[in-house]
Structures are given as C-alpha cells and as structure tokens.
Design a protein around this ligand. Structure first.
Ligand code: BES
Ligand code: ZN
Ligand code: ZN
Length: 504
C-alpha cells in the first residue's frame, strides 16, 4: 500500500472515500470536519442528532456525497471523548477504519489531518493502517475467496497547510518504517517450520542486514563447536537441521561535533531473541493438541530482526547489537535427555530436567556471549513459558530484571507503544527453585511460579550488565481485541524495542 502526504482541500480529492475522525460530544469540530459538514449541508450534525452516529470509539458511519465533493463517500470514524484520546485510541480507530474500508472493497482513501493531531498520533495512525490490513496468505493458492483479494492501494494524508507538512511527512515515514519492521516479524513468525529452519532464518537476517546496511555475522555448527556454544548445540543435537547463531550490528555514525570512530563513546544495547524454529519439546515431548503453534517459538528472534531492520533505517544514536540463538528442538536418538548435564558458553553447568525448557538453554549461551559488548543494557525476548499466559493472558509480556533503571526504560517504551509489559519479581528468594543437586543450576524450577523460574534461571547467565527479560509467550501470537493486531503472529516487541533504542 502506498501512503502519501499532500497539502490541500478534500473537495477536489478523487478518492473512493474520505475518512475523517470525529470526537464524541465535541466542544468544537476540527477545521476539516467543519469543511466536510459545510460541503454536505449539515449531514454529520443530522446523523448525530438522530443518534445514528455518536463518535463513540471504534464506530464508523458512511455518508454518500451525491456529487457535493469529488469523492463519492465519507467515512466518519469515532474517536471517543476528547479527554480520553490517546495515541493508542487513535491506532485502534485507524485500524478499525482501514479494515472497514478494505472490507468494502475500496482502493483509495484520503484522510484529512486536523492541526490538533500530534506527530505521535499521525505516526500511530500510519502504523495502524498498515498493521491492521496484514494477512498471511503466502501458502494459499487461489481459494476463490473474493475477500482475500480486497486491498487498499493508496492512502493520502491531507495536510491543511504547507507549514506543518514536514513534521507530518516525518511522522508518516517513521510509522511506515516501524510498521514494515513489525510486518517482517509477523511474516517470520507465521512461517511454518518447514519453510523457516534455523539456516533459513539466518539467511533472512543476512538479507535484512544487507538491505539495511547492518553488520552481520553468522556462526554455523562448526564455528559454534569451536567457540563453545555447548547449550545451543545440545538443544540442536536432536535435529537434522543445523543450528545458527546470528549477530546483527548497527553502529551509529560518529558525532559531527566530536568526530571519532563509528560507535566510539556511544552506549551499546544488546537485543537477544529466542529462535526455536520449531519446539516439539524434544524427548520431553509436548502433547499433540496445538503443537503446530510452536512454529512461532522463534517470535523473539523475529522481533529482534524486525527491530534491527527499523533501527538500520531510522539510525538512532546508540550502538545496537541483535543476537539470536536459532535451532529446532526435536526428539531423536541423538537428542538430549532429561538428566543430561551441559556446560554453557560462560562455563556454568546446567542439569536438563525437562528438554521442553529449551529456550532458556539456548539463551544461556546467548546471554553469556552478550557480555563481551560491555552493554549498557541487554533485553531478551523469548516465548519462554506457557505459565505467562496463565498469569497475564495474551495482553502483556512478563518482564523481569536485575536493573530497575533499565526496567523503567522498558516500561516507558511499553506505555508509548502499547506493547504492554508487567513486571514480575525476581528476588533472590526464587534462586532456590533453580538449584540442582548435580550441576550449578537446573532448567525447570520447583514447579511453582513457572515464568519467574525461567527468569531466575536466565539471571544466572545475564551477569555483568543491566538486563531485562521479556517472556512473550502470551503476546507473540493469539492476541485478540485489537483492530491492528491479527490473531496469528502479532509482531510484538518490534515497536517496543525501537522506542527503547530511540529514547535511549
Ligand atoms: N515454547 C515453550 C513455551 C510456550 C508454551 C510458549 C505455550 C507459548 C505457548 C517453552 O519452550 C516450553 O515448552 N516451556 C515449558 C517450560 C517447562 C517445561 C518448565 C512450559 O512452559 O511448559
Ligand atoms: Zn519448549
Ligand atoms: Zn520453546
């Protein structure tokens, strides 16, 4: 879909529809709304007086213009009460409007922007337009479903005056870049396991790096053996697919004032993603029902790749490293067994009590590896525990930390993007639960507080830097109730990570 920004009036715009936001019980009409009201001879007021349209959030109403203006339809889009209006409300309203327009089979839309709209709202509306229309139809041949063919081709944001145009163009462009990163993450996460093996995931990451000017290094099995990534290799040993360790690097340009080498004097942030391209549970095999959903078990990796694509394009002033541990988790004659002991990259030993708790094993190596960058912050994203869904549903990620300051930054980014996080404690009291009789640590906890047990395990390997763990098992897919997030992969984490890095 093509999005453009244009200065001018709506009267001559030849779109299939003019979509315009309307507040509930407003004290005033925005200038574009007033103009439409005038052009249509008071028809909006009439609808409101009849009670047919109130401006309630996420409602819409069609008006037909009968030649009064060049476009044949107007879509009134309810924004709710002014004092309740947030960027998220705008996203939800824009997502609802975009889907309504698409479902009508319309191809072109014009959205007049009132001067009252903030850049954050415009960025949010852009993101929501693109994100709400997402479908994953790659593996469908022509099903004859007419609805799947409906597509909005272009959206024009109409600006009242030339003066505000640059800031609106900037907001729209940012929205597009961020949405595209999120769409990339959804595509990766939705891809079936036979189309996205660890090797293919690495190839995709490499392609993103090449297209975006990021550094990229990929360790194959032989390199992982040489470097001592023994827990990643342990999880991978049951599969015929080779594991991959993926490193993406964004280095900002030197300061124009102080000069120096690229990245010199700038903080480093590391983003770590769990990249299990399919999780059968291994020898501790999962039950059959719903197992296909474990193709999404690389959603943490997908969020990191999506965020790195955006970061490469928006070029923030901080060095960012994306690190991904990718493998399948399969049962076989060569697979790890409950009771096996493995040594992690950093040298700590782990007793594997359940091979289905594989995410924390591969992350142990990734977190150990991350220390060498001397990072000011490490954030890992992992579909780590089913327990986080019991705890927080498909609404918020479980967040745990060793560093309240970094956690505050993550929470702030989560509020701005509405990619919700909820902090769970990681007090030392929980360390007892991951103690092992035969190794330094065991991988399942004591059967209580499963999500925190995952965090308590990871904490042992996230040493020497500020760290936040996000358990995204509930938010990576299966989110409902949002107009701009479909039910499959959500792309959760891309917007949050980008915001975190941009606010750094
Ligand atoms: N990938 C799963 C977690 C998961 C479960 C994500 C359901 C999304 C939906 C993870 O590898 C896993 O299996 N975790 C186990 C840990 C347990 C064995 C300690 C779990 O949650 O049951
Ligand atoms: Zn598992
Ligand atoms: Zn898993």
């Amino acid at each position: 879909m093509n999005i453009t920004v244009k200065t001018g009036g709506f009267a001559q715009e030849q779109s299939d529809v003019i979509a315009i936001g309307v507040l509930e019980n407003p004290d005033f009409y925005s200038a574009p709304l007033q103009n439409i009201e005038q052009a249509l001879g008071g028809r909006i007021r009439e609808l409101i007086n009849l009670g047919d349209f109130t401006g309630k959030h996420k409602t819409t109403s069609w008006l037909y213009t009968n030649g009064a203006i060049s476009s044949p339809r107007v879509l009134l889009v309810g924004l709710g009460e002014y004092h309740d209006l947030t960027v998220e409300k705008v996203r939800q309203a824009a997502g609802h409007a975009a889907r309504t327009i698409r479902d009508m089979g319309l191809r072109t839309a014009t959205i007049p922007i009132p001067v009252e709209a903030t850049p954050e709202m415009i960025q949010g509306a852009t993101e929501a337009c693109l994100l709400s229309l997402y479908q994953f139809n790659e593996h469908k041949t022509d099903t004859g479903d007419e609805n799947e063919k409906k597509q909005i081709e272009s959206i024009t944001f109409l600006v009242e005056n030339e003066h505000s145009r640059p800031s609106i163009e900037d907001a729209v462009q940012r929205g597009e870049v961020i949405a595209n990163g999120t769409l990339l993450a959804r595509d990766l996460s939705n891809q079936p396991g036979n189309y996205l093996t660890p090797t293919q995931l690495a190839d995709k990451a490499e392609a993103v790096a090449e297209a975006t000017g990021l550094g990229c290094e990929i360790f194959d099995k032989a390199t992982l053996e040489e470097k001592g990534f023994r827990t990643l290799l342990a999880v991978a040993q049951g599969s015929v697919e080779e594991p991959r360790f993926i490193i993406l690097e964004y280095v900002p340009d030197p300061s124009p004032v102080t000069g120096g080498d690229p990245g010199e004097g700038q903080d480093t942030v590391v983003l770590v993603g769990k990249g299990i391209t399919f999780d059968t549970g291994g020898i501790s095999l999962k039950s059959g029902g719903g197992m296909h959903e474990m193709k999404h078990d690389m959603s943490g990796a997908a969020a990191v790749i999506g965020a790195m694509q955006v970061i490469g394009q928006l070029k923030p002033n901080v060095r960012v490293i994306g690190v991904i541990a990718a493998t399948e988790n399969m049962p076989s004659g060569t697979a790890i067994k409950p009771g096996d002991v493995v040594t992690s990259y950093g040298g700590k030993t782990i007793e594997i009590l359940n091979t289905d708790a594989e995410g924390r094993l591969v992350l142990a190596d990734a977190l150990g590896w991350s220390a060498q960058y001397n990072p000011k912050g490490v954030v890992d994203l992992a579909t780590l525990t089913g327990a986080v869904i019991t705890c927080l549903g498909h609404i918020a990620a479980g967040a745990m930390t060793t560093d309240p300051e970094l956690m505050a930054k993550v929470k702030s980014a989560a509020i701005k993007t509405h990619e919700r996080v909820w902090e769970l404690p990681l007090w030392d009291d929980y360390d007892e639960g991951v103690k092992s009789k035969v190794a330094d640590v065991q991988n399942i906890g004591d059967g209580t507080s499963g999500t925190i047990a995952g965090g308590a395990f990871l904490k042992k390997f996230a040493e020497g830097y500020p760290w936040v763990h996000l358990d995204i098992a509930g938010t990576a897919w299966g989110m409902k109730g949002s107009t701009y997030i479909p039910e499959g992969a959500s792309g959760y984490g891309v917007r949050l990570l980008v915001q975190l890095v941009e606010d750094w």
